[in-house]
Design a protein around this ligand. Sequence first.
Ligand code: DGL
Length: 246
Amino acid sequence: MIGIFDSGVGGLSVFREIHKILPDERFIYYSDNAHCPYGEKSREYIIDRARTITSFLISQGADIIVVACNTATAAAISTLRKEFPIPFIGMEPAVKPAAQATKTGVVGVLATAGTLKATKYIDTREKWAQNVKIVEHIGQGFVELVENGKITGPEAEEVTSRSVKPLVDAGADTIVLGCTHYPFLADTILKVTGKHVTLIDPAPAVAKHLLEVMTENDLIHTDGFSMDLHSSGDGTTLANTYNNLI
Ligand code: DGL
């Protein structure tokens, strides 16, 4: 059983890609929306939440876990790998494909404060973005929009434009979606940027990596699709978002 967790519904944007290549697996999803957003929380707090959620998912039968949250991956995945005897798959900031794709030589990165200040992101940027200019912005208010189901419309456009416009104004033609909530706002972000901008979502690469790790560990069972949804707070947005995906 594949366990997936996030601070909210964002991880469903990763599940969507996983399901395309692993359609017959059993899934359990945990939205930690009672403690959302993670973006501004301390590393210790996120590690504590990640530990609690991991224990729960394993108690329900998960034998591999996707940390479908960039912020939680940056803060907690190394601790989880030390403390639990199962494989963990995390989110990678997609700076490398973005640096290869840009024609203007300017890459925008949208992510949470926690992700942007994490060593994992800073190391990735130093390794892959030496020949391009990186401009970063916190997706201020994006997670709240998605958690409230407001992914299109005037409010979504106004909120997203505050963080996205500075990237476009700086010349970015390629924007990394460095938080798993943000792909749900892709249409709105493209409305703000114009269609000449390419958005890069790491989820398809993460799904591919999961498939490889499951194959190596003999975890592919294809015993029929199922999904068990859990949330620490109100489950309405989780159910609605999931029903719109499937
Ligand atoms: N979905 C998350 C991420 O990928 C966390 C958003 C948040 O809770 O701030 O970073």
